[in-house]
Design a protein around this ligand. Structure first.
Ligand SMILES: Nc1ncnc2c1ncn2[C@@H]1O[C@H](COP(=O)(O)OP(=O)(O)O)[C@@H](O)[C@H]1O
Ligand SMILES: [Mg+2]
Length: 248
C-alpha cells in the first residue's frame, strides 16, 4: 500500500542548527506511527514542516502523493492533515463546545453543531461543553485539542506529545482514544516521550536523533536496536539503574 505520508531527505536549518538533517520515513495508512527521539532531535520541527508552519530548505514531503512543500498551513489542513501542539493552543476563554465548533466549521458543510456535540460525547467532554476551555484539567484540555482537530475530519492526525502532563488514568484514556481514532480509519502520527504509551499503542516506530532517522520498525524491534539504546533508551536505562543503585 502506498504511504499516506512520505518524507524524503528533508532538511531544515535554524541558523547554525540543522534541526532536520536529511530525514526520511514513511507513514503507512491506517497505522499509529510514532516518532521518538531525545529532546532537540527535530520531532517538533518535523511536525511543523508537514503542517506548513515551517518551510523545508530541501527534500520532499508528500501526502497521498501531493507535495506539501510550499503550501501554507490552511491548504494543508484542507487536504486532510490535522494537528495538536506541544504547547496547548486552545481559545481559553471560549467554551469547550465553541472550541470544537471552530474545528468543525473549518471543515465546512452543514451540521457543525451536531458533529461537535457528537465528538464531545465520544471524548467524554459533553458534560463540560459550556465551560470555558481553561476550566478543564490539563489532561482534558489536551483531549479537547484532539476533539477540535477531529472535528475537521482529517485523514492524518498529528499529535505532538499529547500525554505530556497527563496522569496515569488520563494516559490510559488517551491510549484507548488513539485506538478508537485508528479504528475509524484515521492515520495517526504520534510524537511522544512516554515509552509505555509508545510501545503499547504504536504499529510502527521511527527513531530520530540529530535530525535524522536512526532506526525504524516494529516497537519491539526498535526497542532492542543497539543504535536506539545508545542514542535514547540507554540514557534512560542508565538513569533507572543509578536510581536503583542509590536506593539500595
Ligand atoms: N523556531 C526555531 N528557531 C530556532 N531554532 C529552532 C526552532 N525550532 C526548533 N529549533 C531548534 O531545532 C532543533 C530541534 O528542535 P525541535 O524540533 O523542537 O526538537 P524536539 O521536538 O525533538 O525536541 C533544536 O536545536 C531547536 O533548538
Ligand atoms: Mg518537541
Amino acid at each position: 500500500m502506498s504511504p499516506v505520508l512520505s518524507v524524503r531527505d528533508a532538511r531544515k536549518r535554524f541558523g547554525n542548527v540543522a534541526a532536520l538533517d536529511g530525514l526520511s520515513f514513511d507513514v503507512a495508512p491506517g497505522t499509529i506511527t510514532s516518532v521518538i527521539g531525545p529532546n532537540g532531535s527535530g520531532k517538533t520541527s518535523l511536525m511543523n514542516l508537514v503542517t506548513g508552519f515551517y518551510q523545508a530548505d530541501s527534500g520532499s514531503l508528500r501526502f497521498n502523493g501531493v507535495e506539501l512543500r510550499g503550501l501554507p498551513p490552511h491548504r494543508i489542513a484542507r487536504l486532510g492533515i490535522g494537528r495538536t501542539f506541544q504547547q496547548i493552543r486552545l481559545f481559553a476563554d471560549l467554551s469547550v463546545l465553541d472550541n470544537v465548533r471552530i474545528g468543525a466549521e473549518r471543515k465546512g458543510g452543514k451540521g457543525a453543531q451536531q458533529r461537535s456535540h457528537a465528538l464531545l460525547e465520544r471524548l467524554g467532554l459533553f458534560h463540560a461543553r459550556d465551560w470555558p476551555a481553561q476550566a478543564l484539567s490539563y489532561g482534558h484540555q489536551r483531549r479537547l485539542e484532539i476533539a477540535r482537530s477531529l472535528a475537521a475530519e482529517p485523514s492524518l492526525l498529528i499529535l505532538d506529545e499529547p500525554a505530556a502532563g497527563m496522569n496515569p488514568t488520563e494516559k490510559r484514556d488517551l491510549e484507548s482514544l488513539l485506538r478508537d481514532i485508528r479504528a475509524q480509519g484515521i492515520t495517526v502520527l504520534l510524537v511522544e516521550h512516554d515509552m509505555d504509551l509508545i510501545m503499547g499503542v504504536s504499529d510502527f516506530v521511527v527513531v530520530m536523533n540529530a535530525g535524522q532517522t536512526i532506526a525504524s520498525g516494529l516497537p519491539a524491534a526498535v526497542q532492542s536496536d543497539p543504535a536506539v539504546i545508545e542514542a535514547y533508551l540507554g540514557v534512560r536505562h542508565e538513569v533507572r539503574h543509578e536510581v536503583r543503585h542509590e536506593a539500595r
